[in-house]
Design a binder for this molecule. Structure first.
Ligand code: DC
Length: 229
């Protein structure tokens, strides 16, 4: 069993930025579980399957092989062998990932892959259900959140930097819709695990959030378990 750090929270709270840098500092693997749901969503979009077509989605679970490899420490998601990392960071794919991830078959498929990674390696894993469901025995659990307005502002900035045109109000509305769906689905909904530490990053810089998380890992070290290589 590897050492496990679980970071959950809603879309746009800064999980991936923080998880990536924490993993680098600790020498662990960063596992982005949202990217796996996004790869599955891309498969469904390409096949023209809608989020409410349960039977087709369940059949697709057998046809779509989602796997990951690491190149230069970065997770690469493969969809039937094709590296789709560059194709999954769009609002369309994100919204489809949120909608299709309510399906228990989709969740089962992804959870299996995630647990395997958590058993084999020391990981910082981020997502929606890591501390509550995927890695319930994780050594450190963080629930990272921020206000809707701040998350929409950050997402808009990300898209602008990629040269995409943005509508902040639309992004905020999508975020609210996504939060609602992620928090109210029947299987493994997004919620703070009882033993997770809440970190609200609305008024924090990335450096401050990083420092707080390193502090939480160091506190764990005092329990007799070292998190530092
Ligand atoms: O973190 P993200 O925006 O890349 O995730 C996209 C969607 O995937 C998210 O809205 C819900 C789903 N997801 C999930 O259900 N469970 C996870 N552990 C990660 C993501």
């Amino acid at each position: 069993m590897g050492r496990q750090i679980a970071i959950d929270g809603p879309a746009g709270a800064g999980k991936s930025t923080i998880a990536r840098s924490l993993a680098k500092k600790l020498g662990y693997i960063y596992v982005d579980t949202g990217a796996m749901y996004r790869a599955m969503a891309l498969y469904l979009l390409r096949k023209g399957i809608a989020a409410d077509e349960t039977e087709k989605i369940e059949a697709a679970c057998g046809d779509a092989d989602v796997s990951i490899v690491f190149a230069d420490g970065e997770q690469q998601v493969l969809l039937n062998g094709e590296n789709v990392n560059g194709l999954i960071r769009t609002e369309e794919v994100g919204n489809m990932a949120s909608a299709s991830s309510v399906n228990p078959k989709v969740r089962e498929k992804m959870t299996e892959l995630q647990r395997k990674l958590g058993e084999e390696s020391d990981v910082v894993m981020d997502g929606r259900d890591i501390g509550t469901f995927v890695l319930p025995k994780a050594d450190v659990k963080i629930y990272l959140t921020a206000s809707v307005a701040e998350r929409a502002r950050r997402r808009a900035l990300e898209y602008e930097q990629k040269g995409m045109t943005v509508d902040v109000a639309k992004i905020a509305a999508d975020i609210e819709e996504r939060d609602y769906r992620d928090m109210h689905r029947e299987h493994a909904p997004l919620r703070q695990a009882e033993d997770a530490v809440l970190v609200d990053s609305s008024d924090m810089t990335i450096e401050q959030v990083e420092a707080r998380l390193m502090e939480l890992c160091a506190a764990k070290k005092d329990d007799g378990k070292s998190f530092f290589a």
